[in-house]
Design a protein around this ligand. Structure first.
Ligand SMILES: [Zn+2]
Ligand SMILES: [Zn+2]
Length: 334
């Protein structure tokens, strides 16, 4: 059986569970470990049975609970190399060191991490949970890079021990956009999306002949993404903001520009345009996701998508759902 459960979707945290055959993976980990576990149990999923975590990009709403959750479960995290490095940069405390020294430290930590992976499982049981930061709304792309090259004063640098290292993970696996790979019974096809992160990706997951696409956090839908979204059985697609609400809403001008840009987020209007003119109508479920709480209303997103889909006779039996920030969506099984 293939099962798909959105635990949370939006700028305060994203996480989805996909089960295929005997394998269960968590896609993004933007809630605290405690909240991930609570929501999984709420929908009848056992967190202890997760096999891996797969990350789309390093923005806080996708990685906030990552280290604690991976340690607690003793499971590997799949990143692209650039996303992993950006995530480490974000977590690394400010130190007095040159950029070159910082790079050297990252290299050391990666080597140590690999060497320590074997000893991970028993010790991760007692990792404290209080290392997590409180969920915050992500509003700018520059934050992930803010701890990098401004500290130019040289000082002695020694790599922190594993216990002190906030970036330590029980296992790290790298993948590349455009190169499919497998995690147990689930085939994963990562594809590049246009978004202001180091190396952001969307995914198509395939298990037991069922294909599931996840595409959120993208400024527009380029041809490579359109190609990936063809012939899927379930489509999780961003419908982030209503253009008028964003224009008249509370965000500062610079943030509005970022959201609207080609590396920002999909508006209801852009999503509707895709559903009307690009989408092949094959999915049994279309789930609208990553709705902004400040610049959108579920009803607006839904009506906009419904209107776009209405002319399509083949869609009559299909379902349009909305993913929510504050509660999990009921599991969808195939
Ligand atoms: Zn996001
Ligand atoms: Zn993002």
């Amino acid at each position: 059986m293939v099962r798909f459960t959105v635990l949370a979707s939006g700028s305060k945290g994203n996480a989805t569970v996909i089960t295929g055959g005997r394998t269960r993976i968590l896609v993004d980990c933007g809630l605290s470990c405690r909240e991930i576990f609570r929501r999984m149990r709420l929908v009848g999923e056992d967190p202890e049975t997760l096999d891996a975590i797969v990350i789309t990009h390093e923005h806080m709403d996708h990685v906030n609970g990552l280290a604690v959750t991976a340690r607690k479960l003793g499971i590997p995290v799949y990143f692209t190399d650039a996303t992993h490095r950006a995530w480490m940069r974000w977590l690394m405390p400010r130190r007095q060191m040159t950029y070159a020294q910082w790079l050297e430290q990252c290299r050391k930590l990666t080597a140590e991490r690999q060497a320590e992976a074997a000893a991970a499982v028993e010790e991760c049981e007692c990792e404290p949970e209080d290392q997590e930061t409180a969920p915050q709304e992500f509003t700018g792309g520059a934050e992930a890079n803010s701890t990098t090259s401004n500290d130019t004063q040289a000082a002695s640098v020694s790599a922190p021990s594993r216990k002190e290292d906030p970036t330590w993970l029980p296992g790290v696996e790298y993948f590349h956009a455009g190169e499919p790979f497998e995690i147990g019974d689930i085939a994963v096809s990562p594809f590049t999306i246009p978004h202001d992160a180091a190396d952001p990706v969307g995914f198509v997951f395939r298990a037991e002949g069922i294909r599931i696409a996840c595409a959120t956090d993208l400024g527009y839908i380029p041809p490579n993404v359109k190609a990936q979204l063809k012939g899927v059985d379930l489509l999780l697609l961003e419908s982030n903001h209503d253009l008028e609400m964003l224009r008249d809403g509370p965000y500062p001008w610079s943030v509005k520009q970022r959201v609207l840009s080609r590396v920002g987020h999909l508006s209801n209007e852009a999503t509707a345009d895709y559903l009307e003119n690009g989408y092949d109508g094959q999915a049994a479920y279309v789930i609208l996701a990553h709705l902004s709480e400040s610049n959108n209303l579920p009803e607006l997103a839904k009506v906009s998508a419904e209107r776009a889909l209405n002319g399509r006779a083949s869609l009559l039996a299909n379902r349009l759902l909305l993913a929510s920030q504050h509660e999990p969506l009921s599991a969808i099984s195939f």
